[in-house]
Design a protein around this ligand. Structure first.
Ligand SMILES: [Zn+2]
Ligand SMILES: [Zn+2]
Length: 309
């Protein structure tokens, strides 16, 4: 057991802060999800509830995948200011921490993937100890958010701390968490009055956030343990169709680890990548540019046994 991996706090106030943040980020929607289940059992579910869930799942799901992941972490494209504002708002509404913390954690994951120092591997903890089976899956899914390490924002988020737009969303974090619950409430109220508003907030707000939590966490747990490895690598990332459908394309995680900056995670026909289609459409509309593409020859060379790594 060693604390030598770079960019990590192994002790100090950052760890308590991380645990507290994750407690409310998970606890608030989880408590609301339990109320949602009770509500559904007693009142059933309406079209307003289902549509609120779908609309806000799509908005925040794209916020995570297109915003947190492909834009703020990997800079796979550049975007006009109004779109950057939408990406920042929808990303922050996902109840997964500030853009600064999400991006820093994810960059640390890429720099230590399935090795000592990784944030959330189902195979090894940050101290380099093996984690296995269901215990490993649990650690990569949820356990890591309460462990005794915290990502050093000075190492993995230095550039973002100079980014005024990112820091605006960091400073106004609570506002966007409130919006993530308040907008489904307003949607329900507009379509059905007070009772529909509460119902839409529980189902399209709290339950939707908890479901999306588990989908994103599954990329860390299932996405590093179950699926195909098209590109042999030093990490254990997998391509997983179900995860790709639930995340709008980020489940092609083995592809992504091989070409982290590619704006497109689906790299062959049949690898459905809604996020990639959206980026290509926005590019044609002139709203995004500098879209990172990996030439087909490089993809083909990486697939061959000699080009794997
Ligand atoms: Zn990964
Ligand atoms: Zn990534």
């Amino acid at each position: 057991m060693t604390n030598s991996a770079a960019g990590i706090h192994w002790a100090g106030p950052a760890i308590l802060q991380k645990r507290l943040e994750n407690t409310y980020l998970i606890g608030i929607p989880l408590a609301g999800s339990i109320l949602a289940a009770v509500w559904i059992a007693n009142h059933g579910i309406t079209l307003i509830d289902v549509s609120a869930f779908a609309i806000f799942y799509a908005l925040t799901g794209l916020g995570v995948a297109l915003g947190m992941h492909r834009y703020f972490t990997h800079k796979s494209f550049e975007a006009v200011l109004p779109l950057r504002l939408v990406l920042g708002a929808s990303a922050t509404m996902c109840f997964q921490g500030t853009i600064l913390r999400w991006v820093a954690d994810h960059r640390r994951h890429h720099s230590h993937s399935d090795q000592q120092g990784d944030v959330h591997s189902p195979h090894v903890d940050p101290w380099g100890r093996d984690v296995k089976g269901l215990g490993g899956l649990w650690y990569a899914h949820v356990g890591w958010m309460f462990d005794g390490t915290a990502t050093d924002l000075e190492v993995f988020g230095k550039d973002l701390q100079q980014d005024r737009l990112v820091m605006f969303f960091v400073r106004t974090h609570w506002l966007w968490l409130a919006a993530s619950l308040g907008l489904p409430f307003a949607y329900g109220y507009a379509l059905g009055g007070a009772e529909a508003a509460w119902s839409a907030m529980l189902i399209g707000g709290c339950l939707r956030i908890s479901v999306l939590h588990n989908v994103v966490w599954a990329v860390n747990s299932i996405g590093h343990s179950h699926g195909d490895e098209d590109f042999p690598q030093a990490n254990r990332s997998k391509n997983n169709l179900v995860l790709a459908l639930l995340t709008f394309g980020d489940g092609w995680h083995n592809n992504h680890h091989r070409f982290p900056r590619s704006a497109f995670h689906g790299l062959k026909p049949g690898e459905i990548d809604v996020n990639g289609w959206i980026i290509a459409t926005l590019e044609r509309a002139g709203l995004v540019w500098d879209v990172v593409r990996v030439p087909q020859q490089r993809v083909a060379a990486a697939r061959s046994p000699v080009g794997g790594q």
